[in-house]
Design a protein around this ligand. Structure first.
Ligand code: GAL
Length: 704
């Protein structure tokens, strides 16, 4: 189990470094991510390099038995870079430059940025690739954080190249983007710009490509650095830190290039859904590399500094949150950062070593956690324990949140609602792309999978054919990979599986935010209007109960499906709200609204019953979370009161047999409890979906 933090000794005088190592040992730290923002210290001017301090720090850490995850330090170019090479700066939609003075002020597609960053990485790699202290490499930092899109001239030039690589001919691009609409037909790739500030909506197909391009440019930066590390002979694992469901970067496309997945997760103590949301994030990153443990690369020991109000964690929450990561596949627990900064934007951010010193609640919690992790036995690999998959797809996310749709959809919020239906029951879920759905699952839920690629549709159909239960909808299978309607209406790819014909969308309305055109509310007012939640709902009847849906009440016809629930109110009253259809050896279900609260719970309960999937541990008290990792069951009491739970197994920390465990609020138990024989292992080996793997010559990224 790795335990440690970001370590920024360049912010401190040398005489602090020995104390750092001593206290790291006291806390049980065995790894630090070193020098993530140290570029200006390593290369104070273009032709000046200073590695002496880094040699010293690495030497001290090594002598202290602390492994180094060496950063490539490329996430914050020094002032001389921006002053000498302004073309490295990114730009916003209007073309205005983002200026230096913070961090992440680089245009990912700038050849000059890449040349300078590459040189820094080369020198670091040549110097430290064979250093025995260096056990991992940390490339960049949180790629895309702060700057989700860059509209600079560097982006413009690279975008044209990217599009030429993708489409080869301008006619192909015109076809894919549907440019006959509004006189947008391009005569050559040189006429194309990033989607900069325009009077009205950009072409949605072009927006989708620009998002793909943006993710790929960030990935290219990572791959460039990785290639340089390899060239210099670095044999250590190489990774960068993900941010869970982070919209700008399609991590599923990135994952094959990470030797290990590393993730930063900062649950908001004020978010009533923080346990659910963090569980989703951890399940998502685990699912990116099935069977391989991941690393929690950053969490906070206590308060952060970047929300409007930053409360600390409740007593015990650090262990409870950490256990949630371990339960869901993590083999490393790290923090931002080791020693609290005394200057700069993050001086109020908590750290392992608080500014107030070691006689603090936080230091006690940190040392207690270190001791507990050190005592854990070796953990089983996170298997593919889940029998339920929730489909979550970046391209669908990008496309479904474009404007000019029947209704605005917050895709992540909607997916989290579905996830919550399973999380509340302690049913283990993998978070997968549609192409990754395979016969190892019993139940697959695909909400708002608005953009559905051919391969994804084929995998879902194969899944149902083979005996699985698919719950699709609402707003699923509407467009192809270019964000264009397919011929023959909507829900075309899944129609045979679902046995329904989709007629129209039935947006429910509610508070109008006025779109973005003339008379629109300001973004702030629109957000406030949405937050008041005055959106209309619809009711549907299921098993004698009248339940609620939101967003849409789609008009769907049961062709050969059975109607399980019908709308009771609104324009679609009397038409199907939930259908079920036998197909192959399985069943396709369709839900025509986004059920809320009791409605969502009832629909989830219905498909759980139909599929026979079971919780990790049944009948747990409210607030207790259970997750399985091979034969290890982790129980976490997020509630306020002490609970007792019946579970037979071996306490993983003490080795003692248990029949019951008692958990105080925030208490955690790790119990070896193999799945019952009545819970058979996966029916098949994971299916590897067919995807086009042709390479983009420049970066080796699989082509779209
Ligand atoms: C992360 C980042 C760290 C630090 C931290 C503060 O996003 O990688 O460098 O800024 O947030 O919470």
């Amino acid at each position: 189990m790795l335990y440690g933090a970001d370590y920024n000794p360049d912010q401190w005088p040398e005489d602090v470094w020995d104390e750092d190592v001593r206290l790291m040992q006291e806390a049980g730290v065995n790894i630090v991510s070193l020098g993530i923002f140290a570029w200006s210290r390593i290369q104070p001017a273009e032709d000046v390099w200073d590695f002496d301090w880094l040699d010293t720090v690495i030497g001290k850490l090594h002598a202290g038995g602390i492994g180094v995850n060496l950063a490539t330090a490329t996430a914050s170019p020094p002032p001389w870079v921006s002053a000498t090479y302004p073309e490295t700066l990114p730009a916003d939609e209007s073309g205005a430059s983002y200026w230096p003075g913070s961090r992440q002020h680089f245009a990912p597609s700038s050849p000059t940025y890449r040349r300078l960053a590459g040189e820094l990485v080369r020198r670091l790699a040549e110097r430290y690739a064979h250093h025995p202290a260096v056990i991992m490499w940390h490339v960049g930092n949180e790629f895309g954080c702060h700057l989700p899109m860059d509209f600079s001239d560097a982006a413009r030039d690279a975008y044209r190249v990217w599009l030429r690589d993708k489409y080869a001919t301008i006619d192909a691009l015109n076809g894919a983007w549907g440019t006959s609409f509004w006189s947008q037909r391009y005569g050559s790739f040189d006429e194309i710009f990033p989607p900069r500030l325009a009077p009205y909506s950009h072409n949605p197909s072009s927006m989708l490509d620009f998002r793909r391009f943006t993710s790929d440019m960030l990935l290219e930066c990572y791959l460039m650095e990785r290639a340089i590390l390899h060239e210099a002979g670095a044999a250590q694992p190489i990774t960068t830190n993900f941010m869970g469901p982070f919209k700008p970067a399609d991590y599923r496309r990135w994952a094959p290039f990470m030797d290990v997945i590393a993730d930063d997760c900062y649950p908001d103590p004020s978010n009533p859904h923080r346990v659910r949301d963090a569980a989703f994030q951890r399940d998502l990153v685990r699912s990116l590399k099935p069977g391989v443990p991941w690393l929690l690369w950053e969490q906070a020991t206590d308060a952060v500094n970047w929300r409007p109000s930053n409360p600390g964690k409740r007593p015990g929450a650090l262990i409870a949150e950490t256990a949630q990561s371990i339960a869901r596949g993590a083999d490393g627990i790290m923090f931002f950062q080791w020693r609290q900064s005394r200057a700069g934007s993050e001086k109020f951010h908590s750290a392992m070593l608080p500014h107030a010193g070691t006689e603090t609640r936080v230091w006690n919690a940190v040392t207690e956690l270190g001791a507990r992790l050190a005592a854990l036995p070796e953990l089983p690999a996170p298997g593919r324990d889940a029998r339920v998959a929730l489909v979550f797809d970046w391209e669908a996310w990008w496309a479904v949140e474009e404007r000019d749709h029947p209704t605005e959809i917050d895709y992540l919020a909607l997916v989290l609602e579905w996830y919550g239906g399973f999380h509340a029951r302690n049913i283990q879920v993998d978070i997968v792309g549609p192409e990754e759905v395979d016969a190892g699952y019993d139940l697959v839920v695909a909400p708002a999978l608005y953009l559905l690629r051919d391969e994804g549709a084929a995998a879902l159909a194969r899944f149902v054919d083979g005996g699985g239960i698919l719950l699709a909808g609402p707003f699923t299978d509407i467009v192809d990979e270019h964000d264009q309607f397919r011929s023959g209406g909507f829900v075309t790819q899944l129609a045979p599986v679902l046995g329904v014909r989709f007629e129209d969308f039935g947006a429910l309305g509610g508070v109008s935010t006025g779109g973005a055109g003339v008379g629109a509310l300001s973004p702030h007012a629109a957000q406030a209007a949405r937050a008041t939640g005055a959106a209309a709902t619809v009711t549907f009847g299921l098993d004698g109960a009248s339940l609620c849906g939101r967003l849409v009440a789609e008009r769907v016809h049961a062709v050969d499906a059975t109607v399980v629930a019908s709308f009771e109110t609104g324009l679609t009253a009397g038409s199907p709200a939930l259908t079920r259809h036998p197909h192959g050896s399985g069943e396709g279900w369709y839900v025509a609204t986004q059920p809320v609260a009791a409605g969502l719970d009832a629909v989830v309960a219905t498909v759980i019953e139909a599929s026979g999937v079971r919780p990790v541990v049944a009948g747990l008290p409210a607030g207790v979370e259970a997750a399985r990792r091979g034969d290890l069951v982790t129980l976490i009491n997020h509630g306020d009161v002490r609970v007792e739970i019946a579970i037979e197994g071996i306490d993983a920390e003490t080795g003692a047999p248990v029949e019951r465990v008692a958990l105080e609020s925030q208490g955690v138990a790790f119990v070896h409890a193999p799945a019952a024989a009545s819970e058979p292992a996966r029916k098949t080996e994971p299916f590897v979906a067919e995807r086009s793997e042709a390479s983009i010559a420049t970066a080796g990224i699989p082509a779209r």
